[in-house]
Design a protein around this ligand. Structure first.
Ligand SMILES: [Zn+2]
Length: 343
């Protein structure tokens, strides 16, 4: 372990088969079909091979089903961190009332604790959805960080593409109208920062890292897509992303999804999904190349260790800033009609 390398964190949103079907508008999701029994042991093995400990964001609905309990418990037994990924995995969470959000967070938290024996200390909203009410609920419930923001300009384009390939009705599209965020999300800071909430308490935000300045995503789904054209192109794109993170001193928070790691050969039910024609072996090959490349420059940790390091950093350097590395003045921002101070 090289302590001189800066930290970067790795997390996986443990979206299950039913949540892909639900967001895509496919029938049958109501029975909560699951691939966790196949996916979890498989990914834990790959992570062991890479000697990597990461954060799994777990969906409460999955933890609530008896059939998933054992595999979900195995995640913490193997030394990984867990976070809360909401109960219902609805990407329109930002339209919930505060009571609904409270209920959603608490329900997921209770069942995740019951199954894994650990209280989640981090949260990521489904489909990068979030609201000020959400942040306030998280802070009140003792969460150490939120990881729901994706600072990118391309969210609306990703959403259009998604709708184009989906079976959603007009009403369902309306519910999902903010999926992947708005153009405005591109203006959000890329480096971790603290929200100052209406009760003057703070909550750390660790955004999913996009390429600094360009604000285009480079999480594993994008890299896998590029590798389909050329492995050389994928490596070049990743090198560029790392280079930009380095020169802007941005510690990456790197995001994974199950379908980045498993192919239609192991989950035939989702074989029709984009990218599922790529075999599992090929996906793991790309994943290992990506991790080795990141490891050359960063010490890779789970998100709670990343949060602890960031918190220590600000204690030493109590400068009010929009990110932990720059000295900008306190900013007040209007979000959803409410004033929020951003430090
Ligand atoms: Zn998700």
């Amino acid at each position: 372990m090289n302590k001189t390398k800066p930290l970067a964190s790795i997390s996986l949103d443990l979206d299950n088969q039913w949540s892909y079907m639900k967001i895509h508008g496919d029938k049958g999701w109501e029975n909560f079909p699951s691939y966790l029994d196949v996916f979890v042991p498989y990914v834990l093995q790959v992570l062991d091979e890479l000697n990597l400990k990461i954060t799994f964001f777990i969906v409460g609905q999955d933890a609530a089903l008896e059939k998933n309990r054992k595999v979900l418990k195995s995640i913490v037994d193997r030394g990984h961190d867990i976070g809360n990924h909401s109960f219902h995995h609805e990407s329109w969470l930002q339209t919930y009332s505060k009571e609904q959000i409270e209920n959603e967070i608490q329900r997921a938290e209770n069942i995740i604790m019951d199954v894994t024996g650990h209280k989640p200390l981090g949260f990521r909203g489904p489909g990068f959805s979030w609201s000020i009410d959400l942040l306030e609920v998280l802070q009140k419930r003792g969460y150490q960080f939120d990881a729901s923001t994706l600072p990118t300009y391309i969210g609306p384009i990703a959403r259009l593409y998604y709708f184009w390939t989906s079976n959603l009705s007009k009403d369902e599209k309306r519910e999902r109208k903010e999926l992947f965020g708005s153009f405005k999300d591109g203006l959000r800071p890329l480096k971790p920062y603290y929200w100052t909430l209406s009760n003057q308490q703070k909550l750390l935000e660790i955004p999913v890292t996009t390429i600094p300045i360009f604000k285009i995503p480079f999480h594993l789904s994008y890299l896998l897509y590029l590798s389909g054209f050329s492995m050389g192109l994928m490596k070049l794109y990743l090198s560029f992303a790392i280079f930009m993170c380095k020169i802007t001193r941005t510690a990456p928070s790197f995001l994974l999804h199950p379908l980045d790691l498993i192919g239609g050969d192991q989950v035939p039910e989702l074989a029709f999904f984009p990218g599922m024609n790529i075999k599992s072996d090929q996906k793991i090959k790309v994943f290992k190349i990506v991790i080795h490349k990141l490891q050359k420059h960063y010490h890779l940790v789970n998100m709670i260790d990343h949060q602890k390091a960031l918190a220590k950093h600000t204690e030493k350097k109590p400068i009010i800033s929009s990110s932990l590395n720059s000295g900008e003045a306190l900013k007040t921002e209007k979000i959803n009609g409410r004033m929020v101070k951003q430090v």
